[in-house]
Write a protein that binds this ligand. Structure first.
Ligand code: GAR
Length: 223
């Protein structure tokens, strides 16, 4: 291990599926844009496509299959043991589709981020794009937040907004949101790794300044 490696933020990424957000992190890390080491990718589903992405990038992978456990507590405990074996500084939930126990979220408080495809607090849970369309919303988007016991309810770090267009269906809207997901997750991880983004006493600080309830607004029209 070099000195540079030992200073890098150790990141474990949790996935359940495609892993396109994981890929965005891998790409940014490989481009030298992130001062992090991706130390492991863990999936609760053995068939998750994201596992192949990790393997191609030479990142250690493992599966903790939730169907092999008889409850949330025992699954979360096994997952926690796996995660902690990698001694991460940051845990990144990237399409990790599990409701987490309070003990698990408390253990990682202030060092676990989640991405959610809506402008939280709107549309916690599933089917966010359908619900935004059904509500007739004119804008939609993506949120990155610190994870607490409340599902999709922790303090917000960043949001990016996209317009809802007249011809949109859930697929086209999801695609527009995903483009922004792939921009803002690497940015959030970078800021965390640089020590600029933190959660203190339940509030998010960026550059030591408290952010408002919607977090830092990312401009989706530039850069
Ligand atoms: C992403 O859209 C992410 O925001 C969402 O799952 C998708 C995973 O895609 N996460 C949630 O809904 C969490 N509540 P990916 O596997 O291609 O990164």
């Amino acid at each position: 291990m070099t000195d540079a490696d030992s200073q890098r933020t150790r990141v474990v990424v949790l996935i359940s599926g495609t892993g396109s957000n994981l890929q965005a992190l891998i790409n940014a890390q490989q481009a030298g844009e992130l001062p992090i080491e991706l130390v492991a990718v863990i999936s609760n589903r053995p068939e998750a496509k994201g596992l192949k992405r990790a393997e191609r990038a030479g990142i250690p992978t493992c599966v903790v299959d939730h169907t092999q456990f008889d409850g949330r507590e025992s699954f979360d405990q096994a997952l926690q043991r796996k995660i902690d074996a990698y001694q991460p500084d940051l845990i990144v939930l990237a399409g990790f589709m599990r409701i987490l126990t309070e003990a698990f979220t408390r253990h990682y408080e202030g060092r676990m981020l989640n991405i959610h495809p809506s402008l939280l607090p709107k549309y916690q849970g599933l089917n966010t794009h359908e619900r935004a369309l059904q509500a007739g919303d004119e804008e939609h988007g993506v949120t990155i937040h610190f994870v607490t016991a409340e599902l999709d309810g922790g303090p917000i770090a960043l949001q990016a907004r996209v317009p809802v267009l007249p011809d949109d269906d859930a697929t086209s809207l999801a695609q527009r949101v995903l483009v922004q997901e792939h921009r803002i997750y690497p940015l959030a991880v970078k800021w965390f790794a640089e020590g600029r983004l933190r959660m203190v006493d339940g509030r998010v600080l960026l550059n030591s300044e408290p952010l408002g309830p919607s977090g830092y607004p990312i401009d989706t029209h530039t850069s």
